[in-house]
Design a protein around this ligand. Structure first.
Ligand code: FMN
Length: 252
């Protein structure tokens, strides 16, 4: 599922225009969460104790967590938010307060560190700014930190059109440049992924064929016992490796 979190506010939002362009590349339906249409409950003490109690009792199917469950199960996440007061509109922070749920979007491991439970491997953050963004960015920088460290999303990317409100700025040209840049980056990524997809099986097949040739050569030169040994050792290694990975996962 492709999840689009729309934190744009204005009817004529330029951020939304950028997002619409980006979303065109998907060949499947996009699920939109329009934050303007949600009236978030206040995260006060009652809210927190109810949430903690439900988490303790492991009642994670409660309607209170529907946004969190939706976020955790998305395959690809796109967030569009204008740059406001060095970050983003408050509704997006309210949304994060709703979806940061222990046991759904993240959990703490044995060492007490957060560990992501989200399915998505990629999150794209789309924004536009009035001026040049300051280096200490609490918008994208904050979302990236949260997504990587709490939700376990490996790749967090930014698509941005900056300086749209500067005196004399050619807004349309800046937006067009940003759209062009995002498309060309996307084309390069698709190309790299396709190369990886075709190269991996070819590489594996080559290694396997070389290994078989090696086994046959050992069989002919040294007889059955060393050849059998050569076949069994990688097999044992493989089983031990899989066992180790499974054990580590169970530990987490
Ligand atoms: C409430 C508010 C706060 C803003 N704060 C900033 C800011 O801190 N830095 C900045 O460069 N632009 C700021 N802007 C300008 C917006 O980032 C800029 O106009 C953006 O393109 C608006 O996006 P939109 O067209 O999607 O609404 C602010 C705009 C508003 C309405």
């Amino acid at each position: 599922m492709i999840l689009f979190i729309n934190a744009c506010v204005r009817q004529e939002s330029r951020t939304k225009r950028l997002a619409d362009h980006y979303l065109q590349r998907f060949n499947e339906p996009v699920t939109e969460v329009d934050l303007q249409k949600i009236s978030f409950p206040l995260a006060d003490e009652d809210f927190l104790s109810r949430r903690d109690r439900l988490c303790e009792e492991w009642r994670l199917d409660d309607p209170m967590f529907s946004l969190a469950r939706q976020f955790a199960s998305a395959d690809h996440i796109v967030i569009a938010a204008p740059y406001w007061n060095l970050s983003f509109p408050a509704a997006l922070q309210q949304y994060f307060e709703q979806i940061c749920v222990r046991g759904i979007t993240f959990m703490y491991n044995a060492e007490g560190n957060p560990q992501g439970l989200c399915r998505a491997q990629e999150l794209v953050y789309i924004t536009t700014t009035g001026r040049d963004p300051v280096p200490w960015d609490y918008g994208y920088g904050y979302v990236k930190a949260l997504a990587e460290s709490y939700f376990g999303i490996r790749e967090v990317r930014l698509i941005q059109a900056a300086g749209l409100d500067m005196i004399g700025a050619d807004t349309e040209a800046i937006l067009a440049e940003s759209i062009w840049q995002a498309s060309s980056e996307e084309r390069q990524r698709t190309k790299r992924e396709q190369q990886k997809k075709t190269l991996t099986p070819v590489l594996m097949a080559t290694v396997f064929v070389l290994y078989l040739i090696g086994c046959v050569a050992v069989l002919m030169l040294a007889g059955w016992s060393p050849a059998l040994l050569m076949m069994v050792i990688p097999l044992v290694g493989m089983i031990a490796g899989i066992n180790y990975v499974l054990k580590e996962r169970r530990k987490d």
